[in-house]
Design a binder for this molecule. Structure first.
Ligand code: HEM
Length: 243
């Protein structure tokens, strides 16, 4: 067995074992419970593909696919807020109007924080963090995000392009491929959108982001590494409490 699979196994094993100990097939709590039930039921079937090693890989895949993506997208969002102070102020006004003071923004406020969701989409479009899809027939999100057929004046950073005429959030449209398209589209899209909304709403409510004091506008240039546009790691912010 290769060393990386041994490490992977020991990281994931406690989660699987805990699920096995407390499994109630008639009351599945999550994907792991469903998988374990299928695994037990298919034990005597020679052709069953459900086994412990496969569950280990799937669990680890979800950790990996859902970790760096959301972290990097949060950093991208903060870079854009530090660069586009007018957008940041508009989001903060919206939060101050909707969320009672002393309360953190929650999912119950989401419908009324449409401009925040629109800004998250616009950051995803403008930075094209995942410019290539991972499927054999590859979608090129980086090109479609900057294609004027889909997005008017595509180089302009403008969250309002994801609001309809009544100010409601437009979550997706032709040409928007931040989470890929088709059968191999991101499995974690809804979860990732929820995380991004909760994290950025709390940060916008409490802090103001800008370029370091005395420096010019924040850069939104990417570090290009294979298949992703990464936010620049060495980039510094000024972060101030909002009163
Ligand atoms: C901002 C956050 C995220 C972004 C931008 C993102 C983006 C993507 C993209 C572009 C793909 C490739 C789609 C294709 O092949 O065309 C993908 C696949 C995938 N993502 Fe995400 N993702 C994010 C968060 C997550 C999270 C939180 C999870 C899990 C909890 C997740 C799980 C997956 C999985 C399992 C796949 C492979 C799907 C398949 O091949 O069938 N992602 N993601």
């Amino acid at each position: 067995m290769c060393p990386s699979f041994i490490q992977l196994k020991s990281f994931v094993k406690p989660f699987i074992d805990e699920h096995l100990k407390t499994l109630n097939p008639s009351d599945p709590r999550d994907l792991m419970d469903d998988y374990l039930t299928e695994m037990k039921e298919g034990k005597s079937d020679d052709y069953s593909h459900f086994d412990y090693a496969d569950l280990t890989r799937i669990t680890f895949d979800l950790f990996v696919a859902g970790n760096d993506t959301t972290t990097n997208m949060t950093q991208w969002f903060l870079n854009y807020m530090a660069r586009f102070q007018d957008v940041q102020e508009k989001i903060q006004k919206e939060i101050d109007r909707v969320v009672p003071s002393g309360t953190l923004p929650g999912l119950q406020h989401r419908n009324e924080l449409a401009y925040l969701d629109a800004a998250i989409n616009e950051v995803q479009r403008h930075c094209s963090m995942a410019p290539l899809g991972g499927t054999i027939v590859t979608s090129v999100a980086g090109l479609s995000h900057k294609n004027p057929v889909y997005f008017e004046d595509p180089d302009k950073f403008d969250p309002s392009r994801f609001l309809d005429k009544n100010g409601k959030f437009i979550s997706t449209c032709d040409g928007f491929q931040a989470f890929g398209i088709g059968k191999r589209q991101c499995l974690g899209e809804q979860f990732a959108r929820m995380e991004l909304y909760l994290i950025t709403a709390a940060l916008m409510q409490n802090f103001k982001f800008g370029p370091p004091d005395g420096e010019g506008p924040m850069s939104i240039e990417a570090d290009i590494v294979p298949v992703t546009h990464m936010p620049r790691k060495e980039q510094k912010f000024s972060i101030k409490y909002r009163n």
